[in-house]
Write a protein that binds this ligand. Structure first.
Ligand code: NAD
Length: 326
């Protein structure tokens, strides 16, 4: 094996190990920035050497796998991931590709990227019937009983519609601090961050535990075809979800240009500490469905959306240096 082949093999092995710890055990082995950096490195190496793309490379799949203990749910519409942007250059590149495909006459919706876990909720005639984790994007876990303990999730909608929605379940910062403090007092292991605490809470087989964890949620999408509900843009869809009684995040903004997107990002890079929940970036989506349809999807994510990730903090960079020189 030459050096590149060795590095690709090593990155595959490391990333699989980190993903298992993160998605299945809810106990990350390394900070997200380290994982993101290694994944980025693998993406770059695979781009230059396509023959080195393993069929099970972490770059080719979404998220985690369903754990035993819960019924499996096959999603009617796959729950995809988002491609990532780590800086202005990535965002401008994303914008350039979009303009090449659909021209200049479109707008973006910017949303906070809530640092929780993706959930899918099914309603039949307005009644909540099933809730699931994303799992590997195709098959998730049925966590209906746990999700019913989240007060923000409506059990009955304001209209008797049959609909599947997608959102993020999260643990507010306050709940996280209280929970870890209690765990420390009891000599129990503490959670690494609110995201892992939320995921751990929703994958408890006893819903009483989830109920005690004070989780909350924001809903940000309809699963499948929004047009079936007479909607033709993402912004309209968020308004519609609100009228049905879903909690949506208010800090969203329509942006006419990528410069406006960058301004929104700067604002939240400075202000995110003041939010009562953690965010790990900003999600940028092309607003109109007609444009989204034109842009389409890759196997893993939509081409009309990107997740900008906030830069790593000082302490993480240090760990990263060590990690990357190993
Ligand atoms: P992602 O975090 O890059 O983005 C996609 C997810 O964003 C969606 O599935 C959804 O859950 C969420 N989201 C939040 N707000 C949203 C909004 N308004 N609109 C749409 N989506 C929104 O992708 P991912 O595949 O969920 O996970 C990758 C993340 O997991 C990265 O942050 C990575 O660092 C972390 N990770 C860390 C480790 C580790 O070892 N530390 C291992 C694996 C993954």
């Amino acid at each position: 094996m030459n050096d590149i082949e060795k590095r690709v093999a090593e990155l595959n092995k490391l990333l699989h190990e980190y993903e298992h710890a993160y998605y299945v055990l809810d106990k990350p082995l390394v900070p997200d920035a380290v994982y993101d950096q290694l994944l980025h490195e693998l993406i770059a190496l695979e781009k230059e050497n396509p023959s080195l793309i393993y069929p099970d490379s972490p770059t080719t799949r979404v998220g985690g796998t369903a754990v035993d203990g819960f019924k499996k749910v096959t999603h009617r519409f796959p729950m995809l991931s988002l491609s990532n942007a780590f800086g202005e250059e990535d965002l401008r590149d994303f914008d350039r590709k979009i303009r090449q495909a659909i021209g200049d006459n479109f707008s973006y919706v910017c949303e906070l990227k809530i640092d929780g876990l993706a959930i899918s909720l099914k309603y039949e005639n307005g009644v909540f019937v099933q809730g699931a984790t994303r799992g590997d994007g195709t098959v998730g876990e049925d966590i209906t009983a746990n999700l019913k303990t989240i007060r923000a999730i409506p059990l009955r909608l304001k209209e008797p519609v049959t609909i599947e929605v997608r959102g993020e379940a999260y643990m507010p910062k306050k709940s996280f601090e209280t929970l870890n403090q209690k765990r420390e007092e009891n000599g129990e292991e503490t959670f690494a961050n609110p995201r892992n605490a939320a995921a751990g809470s929703l994958r408890q087989l006893d819903p009483k535990i989830a109920a005690s964890r004070n989780l909350s949620t924001f809903i940000y999408a309809i699963g499948g075809d929004g047009e079936a509900y007479g909607i033709d843009s993402h912004a309209e869809m968020l308004d519609y979800l609100e009228t049905l009684g879903f909690p949506s995040n208010k800090e969203r903004q329509l942006c006419a240009t990528i410069d406006d997107v960058l301004t929104f990002i700067s604002k939240w890079t400075e202000n995110r500490q003041n939010l009562p929940y953690e965010i790990d970036g900003i999600v940028v989506k092309v607003n109109r469905y007609a444009h989204q349809d034109e842009l389409g999807f890759t196997a893993k994510s939509p081409r009309w959306a990107i997740a900008y990730k906030f830069p790593a903090e000082e302490v993480v960079t240090k760990i990263l240096d060590i990690e990357l020189t190993v």
